[in-house]
Design a protein around this ligand. Structure first.
Ligand code: UD1
Length: 433
């Protein structure tokens, strides 16, 4: 069984280069089938969720020509509109297969896609996606774990989303970009990856304005053309390495990022006493003392991202005083707390959505399990900050969203290895004692 073995207690120091944004890439790759021309996409992260989506796209007839780990050319020209059923055992496990609903509905006016899976961090309904498709004139039926959408014609409309949803905003934006007439989405999500998907669609000939604000206006067009596009850097991967510097009291320059996207994270790190220096496309985080406590509430962008909540919590678990984190987006996002307690952390979870964290001087190594993608990455950081050896199982979650995670951490001086057996684990420990 694959697992990480980590020897902690050493500050992480050096430079790390951030890859393309997973959550932007998932939307962009799905949208790429909307053209019969060619989409040349680079800065694509080579992670499991991306590879699963590309495989599902191939299975419904998309041409997926992988030029390299981070570069792909996609065309939807040979797809058969009568066979648009997206289902395999892998796509059931990821969230973003649902972007194929919006993309296929826009282009072919129909699709049948397995209902989304993804990390178990809450109920994660898709009612807002469905509300949007219906508002555009589609018939939506859910049967046997599949969602079936179809429309004679998609017609532009005015809609107000009841909750701010990244997925619903992107999905509706895709379908509406090939509807007849104008669509306005109010209370839209403003995340950088929403903007990136809109920019990508516009580069193929869509007419989308206002992405990045809470009102997006879309003028439908009939067809899309060829494009070349480079995906934005991953805000969450960057934030994870910023937190790795903070929790291990290290000094990391996080490169190839858009510092503006990091503001909520940088601001909190500065508030608790870290030294954060920005340049054009990099941020340096340096910490040489114990950080302070604070209060955090996760919110849609530009608020503090829910996907950074566990990494921040790990840092606050080592800070002075008592901190509080309120998780307002997903109701099941403190599952890592039981694992962290095994490392000596002092966390109390109240009402399911609030963690009260009393900082401890040090974590100690333990044998723990990654409960989901972001919490898994956070526990790796905890292991790197802890005294002694930590073993983390279920690391498949982490590979869903982080490219070369252990290599990048090793480049910063982290003692970490992925092993597959007890023998390998013992040998690594023996060689590093
Ligand atoms: C995306 C990200 C995920 C991130 C999340 C919030 C991808 C593949 N995943 O997930 O990493 O944590 O944004 O930034 O991009 N909701 C509804 N009805 C809906 C849709 C959502 O009630 O139809 C609720 C959700 O339960 C949640 C909130 O809205 O409480 C936000 O969810 P949403 O922004 O849609 O998250 P995802 O797109 O699933």
């Amino acid at each position: 069984m694959e697992r990480y073995v980590i020897k902690g207690g050493k500050p992480l120091v050096g430079e790390v280069v951030i890859g393309g944004a997973k959550n932007a890439a998932l939307g962009i790759l799905a949208a790429a089938v909307m053209t019969d021309g060619q989409c040349h996409i680079d800065n694509m992260p080579d992670v499991r969720d991306i590879n699963v989506l590309l495989q599902a796209m191939k299975e419904i007839g998309a041409i997926v020509d992988r030029k390299g780990p981070n570069e792909v050319v996609i065309s939807g020209k040979d797809m058969n509109p009568d066979n648009l059923v997206v289902d395999n055992e892998f796509i059931r496990k990821i969230r973003a297969g649902y972007y194929l609903i919006g993309a296929l509905l826009g282009k072919y006016k129909k699709a049948k896609v397995v209902l989304p899976g993804g990390c178990d961090i809450g109920a994660r309904p898709i009612d807002q996606h469905i509300k949007g498709f219906r508002a555009l004139g589609a018939k939506v039926v859910i049967e046997q774990g599949m969602i079936y959408v179809e429309a004679e014609e998609l017609r532009g409309t005015h809609m107000y989303l009841d909750v701010v949803s990244v997925g619903a905003t992107i999905n509706i934006m895709m379908a509406a970009s090939m509807a007849v007439g104008n669509t306005t989405i109010e209370n839209a999500a403003k995340e950088p990856h929403v903007v990136d998907v809109a920019n990508f669609l516009n580069s193929m000939g869509a007419n989308i304005k206002g992405a990045g604000t809470d009102v997006i206006r879309i003028k439908g067009v009939e067809r899309f053309h060829d494009t070349e596009y480079s995906i934005i850097p991953d805000q969450i991967e960057a934030g994870t390495f910023m937190m790795a510097a903070a929790a291990t009291r290290g000094d990391i320059i996080v490169k190839n990022i858009i510092p503006k996207h990091m503001e909520a994270i940088s601001a909190k790190l500065i508030e608790i006493g870290a030294e954060v220096t920005e340049s054009d496309d990099a941020i340096r985080v340096r910490v040489d003392h114990r950080l302070k406590h604070t209060q955090i509430k996760t919110l849609p962008y530009p608020g503090f991202p829910t996907d950074m909540q566990p990494q921040m919590a790990i840092t606050l678990g080592l800070s002075t005083g008592t901190s509080m984190i309120v998780e307002s987006i997903f109701e099941n996002r403190f599952r890592y707390v039981d694992e962290l307690r095994l490392m000596g952390a002092n966390f109390r979870v109240m009402e399911g959505d609030t963690a009260i964290i009393t900082g401890v001087e040090k974590y100690t190594g333990a044998r723990i399990e990654a409960p989901d993608l972001r919490a898994g990455a956070a526990l790796v950081i905890a292991g790197l900050a802890a005294d002694g050896w930590t073993t983390i199982t279920e690391i498949g979650y982490i590979h869903r969203g982080y490219e070369h995670f252990e290599e990048k951490l090793r480049g910063l001086g982290g003692v970490i290895k992925m092993v597959h057996s007890d023998e390998e684990e013992n040998l690594f420990k023996f060689n590093n004692n």
